[in-house]
Write a protein that binds this ligand. Sequence first.
Ligand code: NAD
Length: 328
Amino acid sequence: MLDTLQNKNVLVTGGLGFIGSNLAIRLVELGANVTVIDSLIPESGGNKFNVSPIESEIEINNGDLRDAEMLSKAVVGMDYVFHLAGQVSHGDSMRDPELDLGMNCISSLNLVEACRHNCPDTRIVYTSTRQVYGVPQELPVTEAHPTLPVDVNGINKLAAEYYHLLYDRTYGLKSTVLRLTNTYGPRQQIRNNRQGFAGIFIRKSLQGEAIQIFGDGEQRRDFNYVDDVVEAILLAGCNEACFGDVFNLGAPAHYSLNEFIDALKTYRDFESSKISFPDDKKLIDIGDYYGDYSAFKRVTGWDPKVDLNEGLGRTLEFYQKYQKVYLS
Ligand SMILES: NC(=O)c1ccc[n+]([C@@H]2O[C@H](COP(=O)([O-])OP(=O)(O)OC[C@H]3O[C@@H](n4cnc5c(N)ncnc54)[C@H](O)[C@@H]3O)[C@@H](O)[C@H]2O)c1
């Protein structure tokens, strides 16, 4: 099915970031003509080194999606748009809500408007987040679960989902939304603490630093290795049955934070301890979360292939090789 991407014009927003760059690399392998838009927002996961294996084979546009005029030109002729640009830090969304509004809502609204007017036949995949559900009322969380975000980021991502669905319904702009869960793997920004606990734990394990777990460490989460997420994004874009709808990603197994640390300890030597939750983190913590991804599996056949242990091994190997870029 992914063969259809060969020779197609494909735009990846946020394509110098973690998931976007892995997606761009896969798209080049599949023979697509790839353009990435990424304004390399400071402190985000944007990093030109992320696309170094394909740099000579893609177009890089350093425009910002908040610039509607730039965007309306950039989308012309695009067969597919994978919309990954966004602000991912939940804590930052509380410290600077207006910045989050611009990066997640205004950018997304500009994108669907630009596509409606300039490439109405394109197919759009938007990467949203499990954070839109807030604190799970039951597990595993299905798409029918109420959405009650616990932070500004979750609200803005939810609004961005609705822009895509509205434009699909109202203007026939083929759009689908994937709600991603904790994604980890090569090319994630792990230098600072903005991208979630998986990246922080991976960095500390590489540096042999002690890891502090907030709470008792029994919070359960699901994890996806980035290659599996890339596959899901591509399948969603190529499957007509996905448009106009929202799907969870997820994993067949879920793990406590303690188990995640134990898995890291099979590769790296470091100390770990438990501390009580800092107040600002507790306020936006969602506790246990794992998603039901059976709807997406039914429609596309997607099932994650890389389990946590194997994925962590591959991730650590990558960062050991490129320590200077990602850790210094
Ligand atoms: N990583 C995860 O675990 C996870 C989980 C749930 C959802 N997501 C979603 O997946 C998407 C990609 O996340 P990621 O982890 O790759 O993040 P990332 O920070 O590594 O990449 C995002 C990229 O978008 C760019 N960007 C942001 N706003 C922009 C704008 N207005 N114009 C141009 N470029 C802009 C940044 O410079 C960065 O390179 C995001 O939408 C995020 O909400 C990620």
